[in-house]
Design a protein. Structure first.
Length: 411
């Protein structure tokens, strides 16, 4: 993800989807740690005033104590990050009152949680909440003390506090979260799987061949900028396969992608897996919709689904009937589909007259535009369609851990 503090955002800044496959180091003030946090066991008793910073996630600006934060740390071991939530929120951050929320999770991450009170006030109720309950998105609030209480606290966000989302939030719901859970065992959703990187983090990938996936290139790169496609693909039916080969555009550069919007069109990756899961599940063809003209592209109903960070790793959340809002000459398009962290690499699909679905692009990043709402960016199939047949046939691609003899990749 590309995150810069407001003071540095004099020009358009591009953001990759947070919390995908890699963590970003804090090279400048305002960069936040984006790697997903594992849940810990039951925390030991702890007091409200003491504690220390012994948690591995301490000093990342996000409160991780279990009673008031994410729960990634043991009680009392994330003192500095939780101090304002425990002792009173304030505008102590140097970036407070600049009109931009700088808390992690909600905004840029430049401020310690609770120290940007004025700027984050409109989104504070969303802090540490998710839609991970199995019955989320059913329009019935089911958190403890409400309804049947089948959901755990803070896990039925949309049903309990509504679908409205301020445009300032560091997620991409365009003022309203219109996602829903999709039937992941049914076509075409059953062709979308979870990609778990050996280096840590998750993305979304889709079967476009018996043993071929499409995802985003930034998903298979480490924070240091090196390609590392070692990963496991988990299909919708629970079957797993290991990534053996990959293909990216040779001009893709992770650092450049993270610091500009100049090569957004190169953020795609083809992956080969060691099991022909598509023979059983099926797979989708690739279609260059944007090549049919902007008018047709903008009127087509899009379908998208991914393993969003806020809905858990056992349910697919997605969109039906959203649209492209702008086609870019370089081979990307802006869209209005509600995507968030973890959706990187997820497919944008259209339904053909035959009833079959086709992949017309993959989710890539989001871009902030001064004075305008955030812009979600996807890579059009126009950039990778021509390589699919040769990659399926094994004529091009690199082996994970070393170059294969199957070609040098696209120029």
């Amino acid at each position: 993800m590309r995150v810069l503090i407001a003071a540095l955002a004099a020009a358009t800044v591009v953001f990759g989807l947070m919390g995908d496959a890699t963590a970003v180091s804090k090279e400048v003030a305002g960069l936040s740690r984006l790697q997903g946090k594992p849940e810990t066991g039951a925390p030991p008793p702890g007091g409200r005033g003491g504690g220390n910073d012994s948690c591995r996630w301490a000093n990342d600006n996000e409160c991780d104590d279990p009673d008031i934060g994410t729960g990634a740390c043991q009680m009392g071991t994330d003192r500095s990050d939780c101090q304002y939530l425990r002792n009173g929120e304030s505008d102590a951050c140097r970036w407070a009152r600049d009109g931009e929320c700088d808390e992690p999770g909600l905004g840029t991450g430049a401020c310690v949680q609770g120290s940007d009170r004025t700027d984050c006030g409109a989104v504070a109720d969303l802090r540490f909440r998710s839609d991970t309950c199995a019955s989320a998105f059913n329009n019935v609030c089911e958190e403890p003390g409400v309804g049947n209480g089948r959901c755990e606290a803070r896990t039925d966000r949309r049903d309990c506090i509504g679908a409205d989302r301020p445009m300032t939030i560091n997620d991409h719901f365009f003022g309203q979260d219109d996602r829903r859970f999709v039937p992941m065992r049914e076509y075409p959703w059953n062709l979308i799987g979870l990609l778990t990187m050996a280096s840590g983090g998750n993305c979304t990938a889709t079967l476009i061949g018996a043993d071929v996936l499409i995802t985003a290139a930034h998903c298979i790169h480490t924070d240091g900028g090196r390609a590392n496609a070692s990963a496991e693909f988990r299909a919708s039916n629970g079957q797993t396969a290991r990534v053996t080969h990959y293909l990216i555009d040779r001009n893709f550069n992770y650092s450049r992608f993270n610091s500009s919007d100049e090569i957004d069109q190169l953020d795609w990756a083809l992956l080969r897996i060691d099991r022909r899961l598509g023979d059983e599940l099926g797979y989708m063809e690739v279609f260059n919709l944007t090549g049919q003209g902007e008018a047709r592209a903008r009127t087509a109903d899009l379908y998208q689904a991914g393993w969003s960070w806020d809905t858990g790793n056992d349910r697919l959340s997605g969109n039906s009937g959203c649209h492209i809002v702008e086609v870019h000459r370089a081979g990307t398009f802006a869209h209005e589909c509600d995507t968030t962290r973890g959706d990187s690499g997820s497919p944008f699909m259209v339904r053909a007259s035959t009833g079959r679905y086709q992949v017309i692009g993959v989710d890539s990043s989001f871009r902030t535009v001064p004075g305008r709402p955030v812009m979600n960016i996807a890579v059009s199939a126009s950039n990778f369609e021509r390589f699919v047949a040769d990659f399926r046939a094994g004529r091009i691609g690199e082996a994970v851990g070393g170059r294969s003899g199957g070609g040098q990749g696209p120029k």
